[in-house]
Design a binder for this molecule. Structure first.
Ligand SMILES: [Zn+2]
Length: 99
């Protein structure tokens, strides 16, 4: 399970049992999760390597194995994941046209 899913789960359980956990504690906990996520692999770093990652996938290399941090980040960061999917889409179409 990735961190985004965990946060989502916490948020939904918080909504259902709002009174069991104080708001402040919840916010603090979420902040810790968010900061862990950012330290893991900052978006800037991933952005800089997305094209490299996508090219590996196009080349049928095991990109997730070669760049696990990028894979991990893509799983939990929707912004970078969108960027990745858009790029993958473009490159797939381009490479098909070439062949
Ligand atoms: Zn990101």
């Amino acid at each position: 399970m990735n961190i985004r899913a965990i946060i989502q789960k916490i948020k939904s359980s918080f909504n259902h049992h709002g009174k069991e956990l104080p708001n402040e504690a919840m916010l603090g906990f979420l902040r810790v999760l968010e900061s862990v996520r950012e330290e893991d692999a900052p978006c800037d770093e991933v952005y800089a390597r997305i094209d490299e990652y996508v090219e590996m996938e196009i080349d049928k290399k095991d990109a997730a194995q070669l760049m696990p941090l990028v894979r991990e980040h893509l799983d939990m960061c929707s912004e970078c994941c969108e960027e990745y999917e858009a790029l993958l889409d473009i490159l797939e179409k381009t490479s098909k046209q070439e062949k």
